[in-house]
Write a protein of this length. Structure first.
Length: 66
């Protein structure tokens, strides 16, 4: 299925969750937030949030700096 993350398309298997994004993109889950339909999904719900074909997700990464 096709999922859009920050305006880029990615292919995921049916039944994938937000945790699958972290795994597939080799991300460190610290400092990352996901929003679906302008609602932030709490980290403890990532494994319960099943992706759907055509879903648009915003991923925000915290950056340190000064």
């Amino acid at each position: 299925m096709n999922i859009e993350i920050n305006n880029k398309n990615y292919e995921f298997d049916n039944g994938s969750t937000l945790d699958s994004i972290v795994e597939k993109l080799s991300l460190n889950p610290k400092g990352i937030a996901f929003a679906i339909d302008n609602q932030v999904i709490k980290r403890d719900k990532w494994s319960d949030t099943v992706l759907a074909d055509g879903m648009k997700i915003i991923m925000i990464k915290a950056v340190c700096g000064g």
